[in-house]
Design a protein around this ligand. Structure first.
Ligand SMILES: Nc1ncnc2c1ncn2[C@@H]1O[C@H](COP(=O)(O)OP(=O)(O)OP(=O)(O)O)[C@@H](O)[C@H]1O
Length: 458
């Protein structure tokens, strides 16, 4: 099989003859293998060749740097046996897969099939990002999981705080689902189920089954036949209905309200909740058997505060796609958006953009003057947190009396600013760099000088 793109490789092994043998086999299979040169940005798929003597910290450091490329997929191939803790460490570090070349049958096929799938995955994720906007590594990893889940035939449970995009993800899972002849996605919001009639909403009813049942009607289960049933806010599904729904899910059979006839429906279930369903199981408000049935594959959507790099792309998306804004947006507006909190997650950001876009009039860029007064930052709070000029002066005076010159004072203040920003952003160097308006590299150098600090790269 020929993969259209070159595949880079990086050796962490001295077993040169074994490595050469592997490379020859892969090249014979049509792979265009290129050694990764120092200081060359890696993109696309790559293979790390290693053995038990390789320094795990060195490999993990390389992985952390290499996977910052948006389409990076790393395969670790051991030219000898690998101890199990290392394989887990590699996966946790961001390697997509790891195996020992001489321990498996048809290793060439393993490599080529992985690479082919990853090419497809990257293209699908890139397309998804146009609707499920975000470019942080955390979001890209989430989207990869979404694609993996969509292509499987598992029941999917999407968890996450309100406004993180659970419904949007559910729709995309249905869209990507490759089932031949797949029908519609039927959405049921379990918070809207009327207790007395909720059976009808899900299973339909016969004529005369209850007052106002003037004609027979299909419920969501029937409408989702051969398609997808999306149960939003699953934690709100009334307990009495859970057993009936479990049967529909397990056996594919259900009865309309007021009927004794079993009917059949086959559907894929995607559900979403912002509740801790396992805690509900402990409390006895959610059936354990149903929980295990619906959570075939669980996908957690991160809150916006854990992927702040996505605020600007999301804001750009809402300005242009939803409000047709063509004018530039002033940098100060983006600074304001990035430094603000969003307890309501993406929905809250989306509503804020709607207010800003609605307030903007006429030509010219969108500026901070377009931010409604009710959204202004709490200046009293900011003022209280900031040191007064006197306090700053006192600090600098102490440094002066310690005999420090202008450069040393500047260096000390700079280091303090870096430390504070990194701590404030929980170790996220990208966000700390945004706050300080400096390059991420400068903060990486700071991190190297402070080995005791626990930092996260993405
Ligand atoms: N990554 C994203 N890209 C673009 N729009 C998004 C994204 N995430 C969420 N949105 C938008 O934010 C709003 C809220 O998303 P959605 O309804 O899917 O969230 P939710 O997690 O299901 O919320 P809830 O739990 O309150 O029902 C929607 O208008 C959705 O289109």
């Amino acid at each position: 099989m020929a993969t259209p793109c070159p595949v880079w490789f990086l050796p962490f092994t001295r077993q040169n003859s074994r490595l050469a043998e592997i490379i020859i086999q892969l090249e014979k299979a049509g792979l265009d293998l290129q050694p990764l040169r120092a200081n060359t940005p890696a993109s696309g798929a790559g293979i790390l060749f290693l053995d038990a003597d390789a320094s795990l910290p060195a490999v993990l450091e390389a992985v952390a740097e290499l996977r910052t490329a948006p389409d990076a997929n790393l395969l670790a191939v051991s030219v000898g046996a690998l101890p199990s803790p290392s394989t887990w460490a590699l996966l946790r570090g961001g390697v997509s897969d790891v195996f020992s070349w001489f321990d498996v049958d048809r290793p060439v096929d393993i490599v080529t099939s992985r690479l082919r799938y990853w090419q497809h995955l990257n293209a699908t994720v890139a397309d998804l990002q146009r609707r499920l906007v975000g470019r942080s590594q955390r979001w890209r990893d989430t989207l990869r999981q979404v694609v993996d889940m969509a292509l499987s035939n598992c029941q999917v449970l999407i968890t996450g705080e309100s406004g993180t995009g659970k419904e949007l993800v559910a729709q995309e899972i249905h869209r990507l689902d490759p089932r031949p002849g797949k029908r519609d996605c039927v959405v049921v919001d379990c918070t809207n189920l009327i207790p007395g009639l909720s059976g009808s909403e899900l299973f339909g009813h016969e004529k005369g089954a209850f007052t106002n049942a003037i004609s027979a009607r299909d419920g969501a289960v029937a409408l989702a036949h051969e398609g997808t049933l999306f149960l939003d806010e699953l934690g709100e599904l009334p307990l009495p209905l859970q057993a009936e729904f479990l049967r529909a899910l397990q056996e594919g059979t259900y009865k309309r309200v007021g009927s004794n006839t079993w009917r059949q429906a086959r559907f894929r279930l995607v559900s979403a909740t912002n509740r801790d369903l396992l805690a509900e199981v402990q409390k006895g408000t959610f059936r354990q058997d149903l929980y295990y049935r619906v959570s075939g594959w669980t996908c957690h959507l991160p809150p916006l505060r854990e992927r702040k790099e996505d605020i600007v792309p999301l804001a750009e998306h809402f300005f242009t796609q939803q409000h047709g804004v063509r004018q530039p947006v002033d940098r100060q507006v983006y600074d304001f958006l990035q430094l603000r909190d969003y307890p309501g997650n993406v929905r809250e950001l989306q509503q804020l953009i709607t207010r800003i876009a609605s307030k903007h009039v006429g030509e010219g860029p969108i500026t901070i003057g377009d931010i409604p007064r009710s959204d202004w930052p709490d200046f009293a709070h900011l003022g209280a947190a900031a040191p007064t000029a006197d306090e700053l002066e006192a600090g600098v005076t102490t440094l002066l009396y310690q005999g420090l010159g202008l450069k040393e004072i500047k260096d000390q203040v700079t280091e303090i600013a870096k430390k504070v920003a990194i701590t404030h952003e929980s170790g996220n160097l990208k966000m700390a760099a945004l706050r300080l308006r400096c390059s991420e590299r400068i903060l990486q150098m700071h991190r190297r000088d402070e080995p005791e600090t626990q930092l996260r790269l993405a």
